[in-house]
Ligand binder design. Sequence first.
Ligand code: FAD
Length: 565
Amino acid sequence: MGMKIRIVGGVTGGASAAARLRRLDESADIVIFERGEHVSYSNCSLPYFLSRTVPDSGSLLMVTPERFRRQYNIEVRTQNEVLAIDRAAKTIRVKRLADGGEYEEPYDKLILAPGAAPLRPRSIEGVDGENVFTIRDVRDIERLDDYLTAHDVREVAVVGGGFIGCETAENLVESGRQVTLVEAADQIMTPFDFDMAQILEKEMMDHGVSLAIGDGVKRIGADSLTLASGRTVKAGAVVLAIGNRPETELAKAAGLEIGSLGGIRVNHNYRTADPDIYAVGDAIEVCHRLTRQWTRLALAWPAQMQGRAAADHIMGIAHRPKGVIGSSVLRIFDLYAASTGLTERAARAAGIACDAVYVIPADKVSLMPDSAPIHLKLVYETPTGRLLGAQAIGRDAADRRIDVVAALLSMDGTLEDLKETELCYAPVVSTAKDAVHMAALVALNLLDGRFRQVPVSKVRELVESGACIVDVREPGEYAAGHLKNAVNVPLSQLRERMEEIPRDRPVYLHCRSSQRSYNAIMALQQHGFNNVRNIAGSYLGICLYEYAQDVLGGREKIVTAYNFN
Ligand SMILES: Cc1cc2nc3c(=O)[nH]c(=O)nc-3n(C[C@H](O)[C@H](O)[C@H](O)COP(=O)(O)OP(=O)(O)OC[C@H]3O[C@@H](n4cnc5c(N)ncnc54)[C@H](O)[C@@H]3O)c2cc1C
């Protein structure tokens, strides 16, 4: 027998490490310990069982213990919980959950891949009720589904507007239930800036999800929950998806270092301070490539790659990871939403001087029947033009745009690099100058001082303060809906009507998506208008930015009619 390698946790990070170890060393003696009933299941697909997109829960299981044994000669012990590590003796104590028996198991190398446990805050009254659920493994989703069916639950509250909360809400709606999504922060989906999150909130509302934003849960009862604001939400079951806590008890008790964010501290080879113990996945802290600060990133790609890297290092292959950037995507009903790197909010919080552009080009040549707007926000450092992050939301291929930026982020790319990236094109998949190029070009124009802009978030203030706003769309578009005090000077008439535009005060221009208004600004500037600014996102962006806040906040509209096309 070769080296004794013991792995705690048999899902994403643990299973990846085990498989890589076997490929590198036929003689290694590899055992996976898993507390749960299953190993190597698709956690990411769990919510899709609720809608039967995944028709049966059994198909969530990717590799069975039997297949691990036959295909990889790896022993898997499910329902075996590792209780403690004795670093001096190089043993772990394991409990067989079936009969309660305990035993010692020696190791040469130990990999910790215990993941993170969903939060269940004690501060919420009724949090231990039989109708309160969290989602982490196959049993969890089966329990939730069984409960909803057995009690014929029609109304469900999902608490937490992150990935798991949003995906759960979507799948519950698809299963025919009424869903309220409760989020304590001022927006859902924090990998997106507030302006972009408004698009996602509207999509939720359009599909019948009732939103309670900026409101926490105080009390959960049998058929309702009470929010911090006093609002009561009818719900026969509650799914808590409010984040997770790294499972660090084993590491902590063994004297391994725990970081300030609560994750296990490891080096660039995912080794702890103990040369024989590694840790990977949701349980660890990692270095953020852009901020150079510690962070936690509970996603499948890092867990898999870290598991593989730890296995490599045990077998003598060193890694030099560059730090994480945090790339993710989700589908919310008819929209795909992807992001990478830092949001504008996160970049500013990290003290990085930055700016952002928001463009809404068509995702394909507009002649194509399924062409639709793609909303793309690009964040970059000033004055260097170094790329910091991007967010894209659209009906198709938002992830492809973000993958391009992600690839450049991992090479310290700049706006210039993005502009020069030669991408494939056919009218059925994109436009010759793709959305990412347009964002880079707009950003370079801004960076070079060729024009100035204001974000959609400032428009309400402009309208309410009586600022001069010029709408350069055609009269028909203006008539169908416009900003309350905007004047209409179509781009097609601009050169004849320039004298209507004041020179003695700031003028804010917009069109539908900021392309025509940018053209207008360039023309005006060449005619001596020095105080003109483009409204990033223009009328489409403004309507999307305002809608959810207007509906949820009951506030007065600044547009005569919303227009989302
Ligand atoms: C519902 C859901 C949807 C998700 N969707 C996505 C997505 O779309 N994209 C994405 O990138 N990520 C997604 N994730 C996150 C992703 O699944 C995790 O980041 C990843 O699984 C983490 O891998 P891990 O190995 O660290 O932990 P896990 O995969 O959680 O595995 C840890 C395992 O260790 C076991 N364990 C813990 N302690 C012990 C012990 N003492 N003894 C024995 N066993 C122990 C646990 O039972 C658990 O099975 C999703 C997660 C969930 C729950």
